[in-house]
Design a protein around this ligand. Structure first.
Ligand SMILES: Nc1ncnc2c1ncn2[C@@H]1O[C@H](COP(=O)(O)OP(=O)(O)OP(=O)(O)O)[C@@H](O)[C@H]1O
Length: 882
């Protein structure tokens, strides 16, 4: 019945903390119980289980946990060495929990006891993580549990007293527990605990004031609490914040870091949670999160639920929160509700207490007609100023109101008429001669006439980033999908340039397959839509929205002003190829590698693109590369060492032979395709080009690279750079990527590192310093940051052996701080599964021996020996592809 909020207590919102900065997660306000996270830690933002409904959230150092709505078991994501991701283990079969609460590196959960399990009112608290994995049986019903940094506290239901356990050093929380004090609720911070007493005053204990730190500011003593009565309180690392009972505004006390965003004084809140130095609350008028303190994210574009849903009736001191427009739709399970704490502790003798069972938090009302105190008078006059009287409304505001409405109607009608005439005029000028396009338009129009709008499983996507467009909007934007606006064509779709009403230039991808392929087209459409709405990276093509009306499947993307890498390298205009000098080419390679590395390493489960090729590397206005076309992508297994058994798909020349022959698909299949792309970038040749004697780029280039003859593979339209070292390194990476066996290929993070160094070398920097890539500059981060812990390792040598062969520890991270630019994830957090033998084997030694010389000679022979001869059909393909 009582809730606890704190460093890691369960709530509808949670703030994690740690070396990658705070992340805000919240359950959306529409009753779907789905979670969305925002912040700089990619493992939390992209690892969030966006399809699993959750009852509540809690967060610790680098991880977030939710209580699954269906099984009522915890589920954690992010990266913390001590907290297992997924459902924590060991867990008793069938155990269900009512609450979860996270500390720095552990999680505790209060078990839901069935009537037949309750012996003398016992309670069980299960904990997992650093020094905490154990089950605790307590005699007496435990009302709530709240985890601090390295300790936990609970509140007994019968006498409202607190008990704590864990590590007492540093905080003194356990030895200082106030034994005979009764609390309504408690909340643990980093090194202290605060609780709300029966009279709504706050009481805190602990020794966080002794943690003298030069960076900390403020009065410091978290035990010096304000006198205001509070409805809830949360604990940060060295501070606490509470929602004041009287006006639901925020009060914070204790230490803060220097240069922090100040606590808001003008907003009213329904719920708050604290990370370590970062606190967020749900604004009562909008349900939008608002945060203060240090770290960000500062803008969270979502409305969140103001509390946790419960099936029990709201207890004394709580009221059922019913929002005027959402009603009780904020909770999914039938007969469940959000209970929020009533205000207590009225202002003074002029207040009268109201029974707290209404939809308003205010449990006391001032009798403004008989104010005797200054407090009362000023509060009432402020109230009067903000509430116009009935008389003044009708006499003064009503005529103004009517005039405003009439003006708005006239304005809207005029704008609509002008827009209509303008669009008609524009459309008249469009020449849509393409038969296919016309046929599709007719088909689409007939669907439109029937106003048939199919939206299968789209609800989930709507609440994510993708915007829903109508067919008409996109038809108008692309001048009726006319030929002039077509910028490209793939196997399943035509791509059109369009301008939306607000002036945004977009690319609209429209499925073109005949009805027999509708199922396939639809599958690709949904794969791309689903994946893109979950992914966000500076070097992936961003999806803006979609339209699915009748037979139409349209995806709307950011428009890439410079088309595809394929158009530059192999297009009709030879100048385009020349413009792509060595620095630009290698920059594009690095950026594409980063995009793919993100798919493999940070998306959870990992995404295998399956169609990496130059026509899927697009180039934006600032010449930054974006990986596009997720139609064939597949979600890999969570453990990416386990292969997926998928029928091969992809593009001739880029297709991984191992995947083709064994149907053995891992992230290393993308590495193969990326290797082909690197050879294409270096040589300017197509992946398969029959005008050359050796038509397959891999078969032609690899023997030359292995013999050290780099110059003969370089694109003849460009002058070779003065020093060939950088391109030599890239060629070496390329040939390692196209090794026959996936396990002998480097993982994408190694490839990225090697390419970044080669780029630095090409630009004249020392090999262990990395250049600032255009993206980072464009996105406002002209300085890369280097992790302090890694600063010492500056004496890396430039030897080729280190190119893709170094250990993770040696890797220096240079990442832009913005999560949009590139999520900062430390090497220790990278998926261990992406590491392979090839990552640690030094070039020229055992790998070469075992792989039979890579691709040189008969590249498929050793594979054949291992897996048997190819079928005639396979042979035909192999002859062309390898
Ligand atoms: N967002 C965009 N901005 C600008 N041009 C684009 C955009 N998306 C695609 N294009 C152009 O349209 C072409 C076709 O893209 P699409 O992704 O449909 O097919 P593809 O990858 O070339 O082929 P396939 O689908 O057969 O793999 C691209 O090669 C590119 O030139």
């Amino acid at each position: 019945r009582y809730r606890v909020l704190g460093l890691g207590s369960m709530s509808s919102i949670a703030v994690s903390y740690g070396e990658n900065g705070p992340v805000f997660c919240g359950l959306v306000s529409d009753g779907s119980h789905l979670v969305n996270c925002y912040g700089a830690d990619a493992s939390i933002v992209y690892g969030a289980p966006v399809r699993l409904p959750l009852l509540g959230l809690t967060a610790g150092d680098g991880f977030v946990c939710g209580l699954l709505l269906d099984s009522q078991q915890p589920y954690c994501w992010g990266s913390n060495m001590y907290v297992k991701m997924g459902v924590p283990q060991p867990i008793e079969e069938g155990a269900r929990y009512s609450q979860i609460s996270a500390g720095d590196c552990h999680l505790c959960a209060l078990r839901l006891m069935l009537p037949n399990e309750t012996h003398r009112g016992d309670s069980v608290i299960d904990c997992w993580g650093y020094n905490m994995t154990a089950s605790h049986v307590l005699s007496g019903t435990v009302d709530s549990v709240s985890a601090g940094s390295v300790f936990n506290c609970g509140l007994f239901a019968h006498n409202r007293t607190v008990f704590c356990w864990g590590d007492d050093t540093g905080s003194g929380v356990i030895s200082l527990v106030p034994h005979n004090v009764r609390f309504q609720s408690i909340s643990a911070g980093g090194y202290h605990v605060c609780g709300i007493l029966q009279n709504a005053q706050v009481f805190c204990w602990g020794t966080s004031l002794e943690m003298k730190q030069p960076d900390l500011l403020g009065e410091g003593d978290v035990r010096m609490v304000p006198m205001d009565p509070m409805v809830s309180v949360v604990g940060g690392r060295f501070h606490a914040c509470g929602i004041k009972s009287l006006d639901h505004r925020i009060s914070c006390w204790g230490f803060a870091l220097k240069n922090t965003v100040p606590t808001p004084t003008d907003k009213k809140f329904l719920e708050i949670v604290a990370g370590d130095y970062f606190t967020c609350g749900v604004v009562s008028s909008t349900f939008r999160p608002f945060c203060w303190g240090t770290g960000g994210p500062w803008s969270v574009p979502m409305a969140v639920s103001p509390g946790v849903c419960t099936s029990a009736p709201c207890g004394p001191g709580y009221y059922e929160y019913i929002h005027t427009s959402f009603g009780n739709k904020m909770c999914k399970p039938a007969d469940s509700r959000i209970c929020l704490p009533c205000s207590v502790g009225c202002l003074d003798g002029n207040s009268q207490s109201l029974p707290c069972n209404a939809t308003l938090y205010q449990g006391c009302q001032l009798n403004c007609s008989s104010c005797t105190s200054g407090n009362c008078s000023s509060y009432c006059s402020a109230l009067n100023r903000s509430k116009p009287t009935k008389k003044s409304f009708f006499s003064v505001q009503m005529p103004v109101f009517i005039a405003e409405i009439s003006f708005a109607v006239v304005l809207a009608v005029s704008i609509f008429s002008i827009a209509y005439m303008y669009v008609r005029h524009k459309l008249r000028g469009c020449k849509c001669s393409d038969v296919e396009v016309r046929a599709m338009k007719n088909q689409a129009c007939s669907f439109n006439k029937d106003s048939l709008k199919i939206q299968p499983d789209m609800d989930e996507l709507k609440i994510r980033r993708a915007q829903v467009f109508t067919y008409e909007e996109l038809d108008e934007a692309t001048c009726g999908f006319c030929e002039d606006s077509q910028v490209g064509k793939g196997s399943f779709s035509c791509v059109f340039k369009g301008v939306l009403k607000d002036g945004t230039v977009v690319a609209v991808k429209r499925a073109i397959k005949a009805s027999s392929d509708v199922k396939k087209t639809s599958k690709e459409f949904h794969t791309e839509l689903d994946l893109l709405s979950r992914l966000n990276h500076a070097h992936l093509l961003n999806l803006l929205g979609y339209c699915e009306e009748g037979g139409e499947r349209l995806l709307v993307y950011e428009f890439m002003a410079h088309g595809s890498l394929y158009q530059h390298l192999h297009g009709r205009d030879p100048n385009l190829k020349r413009l792509l000098n060595w620095v630009r080419r290698v920059t594009i390679a690095v950026q594409a590698a980063r995009g793919i590395e993100y798919l493999h390493g940070y998306a959870c489960p990992p995404v295998i693109h399956r169609d990496i090729k130059s026509s899927n590397i697009l180039i934006d206005e600032e010449h930054n590369a974006r990986v596009s076309d997720f139609g064939l992508s597949l979600l890999g297994p969570a453990d990416s060492t386990k292969p997926l058994s998928e029928l091969p798909a992809g593009t001739l020349g880029y297709l991984d032979p191992e995947y083709y022959r064994l149907h053995y698909l891992t992230t290393k299949s993308d590495v193969y395709s990326f290797g082909v792309l690197l050879l294409e970038i270096l040589s300017g040749r197509k992946a398969i080009d029959m005008q050359f004697e050796e038509g397959n780029i891999v078969q032609w280039a690899v023997p030359l690279i292995k013999s050290g003859d780099i110059s003969s593979i370089l694109d003849p339209v460009l002058n070779p750079p003065n020093d060939l070292e950088a391109l030599k390194k890239i060629a070496t990476v390329a040939y390692k990527c196209v090794r026959m066996r996936g396990k002998d290929r480097p993982s994408m993070d190694k490839v990225t590192t090697a390419l970044e160094r080669a780029l630095a070398l090409l630009m004249g920097s020392p090999c262990n310093e990395q250049p600032i890539l255009p993206t980072e500059v464009v996105l406002g981060s002209s300085r890369m940051h280097k992790k302090a812990s890694q600063r010492s390792s500056t004496n890396l040598s430039c030897s080729e052996n280190e190119l893709v062969g170094e250990g993770d520890e040696q890797r220096i991270e240079y990442r832009a701080p913005s999560w949009i630019t590139f999520p900062s994830v430390t090497s220790s957090q990278r998926r261990k599964s992406s590491a392979s033998e090839a990552d640690t084997v030094v070039e020229g030694r055992n790998v070469e021996g075992r792989s039979g010389g890579g691709v040189a000679g008969d590249p498929l022979r050793c594979l054949e020996e291992e897996i048997g001869p190819a079928s005639p059909q396979e042979n035909l393909f192999l002859q062309h592809n390898f």
